[in-house]
Design a protein around this ligand. Structure first.
Ligand SMILES: [Zn+2]
Length: 325
């Protein structure tokens, strides 16, 4: 069962406790939220009127009148999540419970170009929503995530789509998803490691994203794992990203001639990956890393060794982060 996330309004708190509980009575809500029975009653009346929750049967009661249970109305509202990664863009339509109703993925750098058109993203959102037959009136907004969590881009998309847009970095969004779905246990501090074209970590403290003084908390990719290691794009040496990140693993696999990795010439003389290699490009890193994973799953010893090495270094960086937290 998922847990409630701290909220500032009693309406949001009640809604989130219902979501986390699955089904719950008004008395249960009062107990879980600390709100008075009268406040719970008023808030629930509003949620019922807006169609956000339904009354579903009655709980067995030990004497007295049976208690009516409340549940979210899944199809009452929807939202779209857009994940911009260097290797492509994923669009997901979710209902009020967070369940994915429809999903599309577009591989390639066109969507991922930071200077890409918000109109293009807005059209894809529109197509997803129409394709699922969802009434636009029920669409709450768009969640836009990328490695950087670009606020300026979010404002542009807001104008193009005519919908509210919230934005954040992909690692923090991944952490919130884990927290929301309850899959990460009950620890007060939660770290989710996210691997896209780069490595990142999202940090939550009591369900609230911890961003640090410059919004860059959880910079797992730039934890030093080898002081004499290779130079990193950030200017330091031996960062996890430079030693064992997706780009480093892909480069090492290419150098080792792992079959299927873009840029590797096969035994038949043709280049793997259809010549899609773009040096230092995000798309090639994502495609290349996926190819290394496929090779490892297929039993390629060099690919396996590279992933195991990457996992060991990542574990060291995670242990460092856990120690600091
Ligand atoms: Zn670095």
């Amino acid at each position: 069962m998922g847990r409630a996330i701290p909220h500032t309004s009693s309406r949001a708190t009640v809604l989130d406790v219902i979501r986390a509980a699955g089904t719950i009575s008004r008395a249960g809500l009062a107990g879980a939220t600390g709100l008075t029975a009268a406040t719970v009653s008023t808030v629930v009346r509003g949620l019922l009127a807006d169609g956000l929750v339904n009354e579903v049967g009655r709980a067995e009661s030990t004497g007295g009148k049976p208690r009516v249970l409340l549940r979210l109305a899944p199809a009452s509202r929807f939202a779209v999540g857009v994940h911009l990664d260097a290797g492509g863009t994923t669009y997901a339509l979710t209902d009020l419970t967070g369940a994915v109703v429809s999903r599309t993925a577009h591989v390639g750098p066109r969507d991922a170009d930071p200077a890409g058109e918000p109109e293009h993203t807005a059209r894809r959102v529109e197509a997803l929503v129409e394709g699922a037959g969802v009434d636009r009136e029920r669409l709450l907004g768009i969640g836009l995530v990328s490695a950087a969590g670009d606020a300026a881009r979010a404002r542009e998309l807001e104008r193009a789509a005519g919908l509210p847009v919230v934005t954040g970095d992909d690692a923090t969004a991944a952490a919130l998803g884990e927290y929301w779905s309850g899959s990460a246990g009950r620890s007060s501090v939660l770290v989710a490691v996210h691997t896209g074209a780069a490595l990142g970590a999202g940090v939550l403290v009591d369900g609230v994203p911890y961003r640090g003084a410059h919004g860059r908390a959880g910079g797992l990719g730039h934890v030093c794992v080898d002081i004499d290691g290779p130079p990193c794009a950030c200017g330091a040496r031996g960062c996890l990203e430079a030693v064992a990140g997706p780009a480093a693993v892909t480069d090492a696999a290419r150098a080792a001639g792992v079959a299927g990795v873009p840029g590797v010439i096969g035994a038949d003389g043709t280049e793997s990956g259809g010549g899609a290699l773009r040096p230092n490009g995000g798309a090639s890193v994502t495609a290349g890393f996926a190819a290394v994973v496929r090779a490892a799953r297929g039993g390629d010893p060099a690919a396996r060794a590279l992933l195991e090495r990457s996992a060991r270094y990542t574990a060291v960086a995670v242990r460092t982060l856990v120690g600091v937290l």
